[in-house]
Design a protein around this ligand. Structure first.
Ligand code: KG4
Ligand code: ZN
Length: 329
C-alpha cells in the first residue's frame, strides 16, 4: 500500500510517501520566517503552508518515483496544532483526495510522533512507556497497543519544548530555542547555576516548567552587570534542569508501569544531552528514539501511521474537521 502523508500542524510544511511501512521520500520545509519574531506567527505560518504545500507534495511524489494515481490513500494531520495551519493542510489533502478519488485519513499528530519509533525499530513491542516531549506537550504515556493509551502524567503548565523556546528568547537566542540552547551549551558548565527542578522529589508523574523559565528571567536580571558567568554556562545549566526532570520522571514512569521498553518522541527528543542521560539512567531497559529528522515535525510519521490505519480498514469521512485541541486519549 502507498500512502501520502501531509503535515502542517505548526511551522513545518511536510510531505512523505510510505509504502509497505517503508519511507520512500520525506520532505520537510521549516519556515524560517518566524525566527525574527522569536516564535511562530500563526497567520504567517498558514500562508506559508498554502504557498508551499503543492510543491512539497510534488517533490515527495517525484522523489519516491511514483505517480499520484499510485497512491492508495492520503493521510493528513488533523490536530492538535494551530487552527489555521491545520486547515491549510487538511483542505489541501481533501482537495487532492477528491481530485484523485482516493480515501483520506485524519491523523492525530501526537500519535504520529509516538509511532515514529516504529520507523526506528519495526520490531518495537507493546507495551512501552513513551515520553512525548514537543513544543506543545510534555506527557508520559503507557502505550498498550494501537489506540490503547493511558496518560501517566503531563505538564501542569509549559511544555519542555516551550521551556527551551522561552529560555532561548530570554537568552537572546533564535527560534526554535531547543537546538540553539543545545548548541550554546556545548561549551558550558551544566552545574554553574542551580535552576529549580519542579516536582523532582514528589512521587507523581507531573511536570512544571513555568517556574524554571521565571527563574532564568530573574537570574538574567540579577546578573546583567556581572561578567563572572558566561551565557554558555547559563544555557547548559538551564538545559540540565529540564533534562534532569524529564529523565527522573521517565525513570519513575517505567518503574511504575513495570515495562521493559521506553521510547522518546517529539522535537525535544532530538536533544543529545537528553538522549545520553536517558541511556545512562535507564541502562537496564530498551530505549528507543527516532532518527533526528523524525523527532521534529515531519510527514513520514503521518504517512506511516496512515498506512497502518489503512491496513486496518480505517479511513475518515471526507467532511472530517480539524481539531486544534485534539487529545490522544
Ligand atoms: O515536535 P515538534 O517539532 O513540534 C511540535 O509538535 O511542537 O517540537 C518542537 C519543539 C520546539 O519547542 C523546539 O525548540 C524543540 O522541539 N526542539 C528541541 C531540539 N530540537 C527541537 N529541544 C531541545 N533540543 C533540541 N535539539
Ligand atoms: Zn510535533
Amino acid at each position: 500500500m502507498i500512502v501520502l502523508g501531509v503535515e502542517s500542524s505548526c511551522d513545518e510544511t511536510a510531505a512523505a510517501i510510505c509504502s509497505d511501512c517503508k519511507i520512500l521520500s520525506t520532505i520537510v520545509s521549516s519556515q524560517i520566517i518566524h525566527s525574527k519574531f522569536g516564535g511562530v506567527v500563526p497567520e504567517l505560518a498558514s500562508r506559508e503552508h498554502e504557498l508551499l504545500l503543492n510543491t512539497i507534495v510534488d517533490d515527495a511524489i517525484n522523489e519516491a518515483a511514483i505517480q499520484k494515481q499510485d497512491l492508495d490513500a492520503i493521510a493528513v494531520t488533523r490536530g492538535p496544532g494551530l487552527a489555521g495551519t491545520l486547515l491549510a493542510g487538511v483542505c489541501f489533502a481533501k482537495g487532492l483526495a477528491q481530485g484523485l478519488d482516493k480515501p483520506i485519513i485524519g491523523i492525530n499528530h501526537l500519535e504520529a510522533h509516538i509511532f515514529a519509533n516504529f520507523l526506528a525499530d519495526p520490531k518495537l513491542q507493546f507495551p512501552f512507556v513513551c515520553l512525548l516531549v514537543s513544543g506543545g506537550h510534555t506527557q508520559l504515556w503507557l502505550v498498550n497497543g494501537m489506540g490503547n493509551y493511558t496518560l501517566l502524567g503531563t505538564s501542569r503548565d509549559d511544555a519542555a519544548g516551550e521551556a527551551f523556546d522561552k529560555g532561548a528568547r530570554i537568552l537572546g537566542l533564535g527560534y526554535p530555542g531547543g537546538p540553539e540552547i543545545e548548541k550554546l551549551s556545548e561549551n558550558g558548565n551544566p552545574n554553574a547555576v542551580n535552576f529549580p527542578r519542579a516536582f523532582i522529589k514528589d512521587d507523581n508523574l507531573e511536570f512544571s516548567f513555568s517556574g524554571l523559565k521565571t527563574s532564568l528571567l530573574y537570574f538574567m536580571d540579577a546578573s546583567k552587570d556581572k561578567d563572572d558567568i558566561s551565557h554558555a554556562d547559563i544555557a547548559a545549566s538551564y538545559q540540565q534542569a529540564i533534562v534532569d526532570v524529564l529523565v527522573h520522571k521517565l525513570l519513575h514512569a517505567v518503574r511504575k508501569a513495570n515495562v521493559k521498553t521506553c521510547v522518546i518522541a517529539g522535537g525535544v527528543a532530538a536533544n543529545q544531552v537528553l538522549r545520553k542521560a536517558v541511556k545512562k539512567h535507564l541502562s537496564s531497559i530498551n530505549i528507543l528514539y527516532p532518527d533526528l529528522l523524525l523527532c521534529t515535525d515531519n510527514a513520514a510519521m503521518v504517512a506511516f501511521l496512515g498506512e497502518l490505519y489503512l491496513r486496518n480498514g480505517v479511513t475518515s469521512a471526507m467532511d472530517f474537521d480539524i481539531d486544534p485541541n485534539l487529545k490522544l486519549a
